[in-house]
Design a protein around this ligand. Sequence first.
Ligand code: SF4
Length: 315
Amino acid sequence: MLQQTQVKTVIPYFVKFMERFPDINSLANAEEDEVLSYWSGLGYYSRGRNLLKSAKILQKEFSSVMPDTSEQLQLLPGIGKSTAGAILSLGFKIKAPILDGNAKRVLVRYYNINDPVDLASTVNKLWEIAETNLPEKECDVYTQAIMDVGALICKRSKPECIKCPLSNACVSKKENTHNLLPIRSPKKEKPIKKLYWLILQNEDGEILLENKKTKGVWEGLWTFIGFQEHHCRKEYIKQLSKNYSVLQEGKKIKHNFTHYKLDIDLLHLRVHGKIQNLDNKKVWFNNEDLMKVGLPSPVTKELEQIKKNDSYSFL
Ligand code: SF4
């Protein structure tokens, strides 16, 4: 949960998750929908899906026991070398390096490394340093310390060198380059993808959602019905019903992913009477059912908006 997410955001999610799934077996036996409902709003849903997949692998192939080698840990989806290192050193007290974003920044500044940190050659160099720096004893304390220095003192902007236990020997501090590091290669503009959402609400206030079974950012989550092209949405409505009223149209939502930006155009209709030709991947949800499944954050936000504007009919 903490990958790419701050501790204070994670805490309530973590507490609820651990209450419901206190061990490997309780997670491995759960349905994906339920697991993702505990992830709703936290983003980066692949982490939740990977956690479930990992629990299933651990149950089946490791007798529900967490392995204690980097190679075996890296067989689990979502666990790379750095996460494996953190599990080994913090969980098992085994000597193993980490190189998460915080540790990387501390090392880059401490050694005054001027190469872009996104280059494989720089990352390899940093792994070597991380490995060499490991103490023989109390590797867990060292790992926690370097993460904490990165998160709390050697912060991305305005590092607080005055408080830093490494300041005496820190090269970038001495050279006064610490505020310029780490360096990254120039960013490419993210491509923009269009998405046309259709929010269908029936006379009981229920909302029609579809499950993204296909691989991708919202895999396994429930979303409004989406179309790549404007005319496809138009055609779809024609097939379903002639008896509807427009509740909202033309609203635009922007959503940022790591590799692209999404421009969403929204059309919200209330359909009256029976709907034709609905395939079985789409399901009507009332308010209570919506709590039990995983929803991407733009869908959650829009549903909250609908609830506010439409209290008379939304259950
Ligand atoms: S002295 Fe400053 S730049 Fe160097 S590691 Fe500490 S906080 Fe970072």
